[in-house]
Design a protein around this ligand. Structure first.
Ligand SMILES: Nc1ncnc2c1ncn2[C@@H]1O[C@H](COP(=O)(O)OP(=O)(O)OP(=O)(O)O)[C@@H](O)[C@H]1O
Ligand SMILES: [Mg+2]
Length: 437
């Protein structure tokens, strides 16, 4: 196996000299003066490993994401403890300046790599490292004081992604009102607007928001400084009649979508899972991943936020409009979804159920159509159309629990959320029992 290094910094230089002396499988292909050059050497395919001991402070999650996208591994040499912690939390391999070359080789050889020393499954592997490091880092970040402030059973924490196909089937209505129902059950909730096409959580909730909390979270993650305090600051609490939940608002303009990058968002989701029992993510509609296939190097991805949310989710809710356009769209979308999240069985919700669009017994008619054309799994909830109530809510920024606590729509949603919460706590109990027994 050959390792082709791009190096930056004196200590890195000295180390590769040692490596070159060990064998000709270790070669330096580029000595770089700045970080940009190092990244370019990897992006062009020249180098498989980026080794650096200087300019490490400039290494943020955006650059690491680029390096992961072009299958490169990153090895950083530093003796600075804070920098080590920051870089570890971003998923880079960090060794001390005087590290033995053999130790570094062992680290490199334990990866699954191709002939140039580049990782064969870069993004997946990098993200797996990232996930594990995130957990470790967040655990560290969660000092005793934080744990006391936010006591929760980690086993029972859930990331719930609300997805649905194009055509405004009711993703945001479901996300906002599910957040309220979970909160009303006494659970701490963070609602994240990750729709990169038409963020609308803030507008739906009547919050005046110019801050694009999600973009601020990404920036903090880039700097390696996304911690509980930072998250609480950018995700303020919304207090409603019946409880409170935190909201991380979405992009203020859809053309800001390149700011939403998968790796930084994954850090956000991991931290949220560490801190809160329930995280609800309002996703965009599009599941297209073409860009990922057509470029070998890093490009911003329009659907990165939705795809990252779906891949991080413990539970996906797939919502479709209950009419002759919405249902076929949902069925086609579920096939795409299965490719993105194999093995995940989404909970299907049909929304805006009404006689005018589905016949005199709409639930029965929809059920029959689903049995004939739909996938194996069943519809978990039918939510009635209540246009006047929803219009009123949009005007006042109220939630269902406030504006229509006794409405049929709210009752159905409440039952759906209670069942989810119960299922969740049962899973937590059984996984704890399994662990203990
Ligand atoms: N059960 C319902 N009955 C009546 N109207 C509804 C219902 N659910 C949602 N709506 C209305 O449908 C519209 C779209 O809902 P929502 O914004 O939740 O959809 P979305 O899937 O998030 O759409 P977008 O593509 O804009 O993100 C809104 O005006 C909302 O008030
Ligand atoms: Mg929406």
């Amino acid at each position: 196996m050959n390792f082709r290094f791009a190096v930056l910094g004196e200590a890195a230089d000295r180390l590769v000299e040692q490596l070159e002396a060990i064998g000709e499988q270790f070669t330096v292909v580029r000595r770089c003066a700045e970080l940009r050059e190092l990244v370019a050497a990897c992006q062009s395919g020249l180098a498989g490993v980026a080794l650096l001991s200087e300019h490490t402070a400039e290494l943020n999650s955006a650059l690491l994401e680029r390096l992961a996208a072009c299958h490169s591994r990153v090895v950083v040499l530093t003796d600075d403890e804070a920098e080590t912690q920051r870089l570890n939390s971003l998923g880079a391999r960090v060794f001390s300046l005087g590290s033995d070359a053999l130790k570094i080789i062992q680290g490199l050889e334990s990866d699954s790599v191709d002939a140039d020393g580049a990782v064969t499954e870069p993004a997946a592997q990098f993200l797996a490292i990232q996930d594990a490091k995130d957990d470790a880092a967040s655990n560290k970040l969660l000092g005793e004081a934080e744990k006391k402030k936010h006591p929760k059973n980690v086993d029972s924490s859930q990331i719930i992604a609300i997805w649905g196909p194009i055509g405004s089937p009711g993703r945001t209505m479901l996300a906002t009102n599910m957040a309220a129902e979970f909160a009303a059950l006494g659970l701490e909730v963070l609602l994240i607007d990750a729709d990169s096409y038409g963020a609308s959580v803030a507008a739906t909730l009547g919050i005046l928001d110019e801050s694009a909390g999600i973009a601020r979270a990404v920036r903090l993650a880039d700097q390696g400084s996304l911690d509980p305090e930072g998250l609480w600051q950018i995700a303020p609490e919304l207090v409603f009649r019946g409880g409170r939940f935190r909201v991380l608002s979405g992009l203020t303009r859809p053309d800001r979508w390149p700011e939403l990058r998968a790796m930084a968002l994954q850090q956000l989701f991991t931290l949220s899972r560490q801190l809160l029992p329930v995280t609800i993510i309002d996703c965009g509609f599009s599941l297209e991943t073409d860009e990922e296939l057509s470029f070998d190097s890093y490009v911003p991805r329009r659907n990165a936020a939705t795809l990252a949310a779906l891949r991080s989710a413990d539970q996906i809710i797939a919502v479709g409009a209950a009419d002759s356009i919405g249902v076929p769209r949902l069925i086609r979308g579920l096939t795409e979804l299965a490719n993105i999240c194999p093995g995940q069985e989404p909970l299907v919700v049909l929304n805006k159920v009404r006689r005018g669009a589905a016949g005199r017994s709409p639930e029965q008619a929809l059920q029959q159509a689903w049995l004939r054309f739909g996938p194996q799994f069943s519809i978990k909830a039918f939510l009635p159309a209540e246009t006047a109530l929803l219009d009123r809510m949009l005007l006042s920024g109220e939630l269902l629990i406030e504006a229509g606590p006794d409405s049929a729509l709210r009752k159905k949603l409440q039952t759906f959320v209670s069942a989810l919460a119960q299922r969740n706590s049962q899973t937590a109990v059984s996984s704890t029992t399994a662990k203990n027994g």
